[in-house]
Design a protein around this ligand. Sequence first.
Ligand code: SF4
Length: 461
Amino acid sequence: MRLSEFHRVPNFAAMRVALTTLGCKLNATETSAIERRFVDGGHEVVEYGQPADLLVVNTCSVTEQADTECRKIVRKGLRGAPDAKVVVTGCYAQLKPDDVLSIDGVKAVVGTASKLRIADMAMEILAAPQKMRIMEPLTRMTQFTSARSSRVNSRTRAFIKVQDGCDYSCSFCTIPLARGPARAMPLDQLREELIAVVNEGFYECVISGINLGEYESPGGERLIDLLRMIDSMQLPIRVRLGSIEPNTLTSDIIDVVAQSRTIVPHFHIPLQSGSGRILRAMRRRYNPAMYRSVIERLHRALPDAAIGIDVITGFPGETEVEFNETVSLLQSLPWTYLHVFTYSERANTDAASMSDAVDVVVRRERTRRLRDLSDVRTQEFHRSQLGSVRTFLPEGHDPSTRTWTGWTENHVAVRLTGAADMPKRPMRVLLVHEHSGAVDAQVLDDASLQQLYPSLRTGTA
Ligand code: SF4
């Protein structure tokens, strides 16, 4: 059923809405943007799981158990709000709308192209006598819809989606099917969004996209132009970049970040496999030698930068020898943490029909080995940072231990003792002691900072 078929729309009444997200940061950004539109429309946003009139679930198709997870999260929402109507959107909803509509309690499925308009459609969805399927064809997804997270739930970090969709065709990936072709936010709009983020009181903003390295604005500006613009704005916040494909990470980009006072030294660069043959089967656009040269160049320019790497274990046909090529490449490179994904077959991908599937037990064992490698490397990175002065942005507080946790600009996980009412603003800290996956820090006032590091500029961020 299409929206235009409705005649009866109830008079405006504020409703209680609870939203939740499965999957990536981009999804979380979009959920936050949907949430903001509900708030702007005069509705009340409540925690997911609390009594509400409407539940919005933004799903992911990347997870192995997208269907189970979707059902589970819908059930969880309905336990707290048994009379609520449920709207499901996101990549899984786009790929399997009929499966989603068959879930008990789901009133509407909304495709990717319409997800940011859910607040506008909510009253009609509530009033509709039957289930709704609001799906626009993916070919129409040429328009970029902006999404920025907001302070509705007092988060310390904002996210701005500057790019969506992907024109690559990696053989394991459903994202081009779920999100459509690549498109991007104009630079002028990004400038306005960044100013809004500062005015809302955030201290950090993440610039994200599905394939950020392929950012191309309607005016033809590329990622390098975007970064130069951000740098020239001299924002009083720090800006972090989302994941960038290695084949798009140019020397110019590295140089701009190395010289920037705003864009922090933290990169996330997917590898997926260290085997040339597997990379070709994945249809990735680089080989191990190219990957090595990017990481080494980056490390030379920014020796204290955090470098995160995505790896997939157990891609079809991955032999023990090829997996060990990944391990050897990783061991020889200067990175700081891994995100390891165990390969799982996804419908509608070429990889799913490849022969030589790797035994699931073997896949999981390879994942475990890489995660162990990651833990050791992160600990080494944390230890290498002891004695340095960094900017810490507190995020969460544990009242039982009176401890704040958060991150430095170069992605060191920090613990800081402090009262719950300590202001959540950036502060200069000395990194003093590493244990259990994080680093203890001491706040430095300007005087002690000058004593320790006479040549350092003091102040925040
Ligand atoms: S670059 Fe490859 S893995 Fe990433 S979104 Fe595009 S198709 Fe998927």
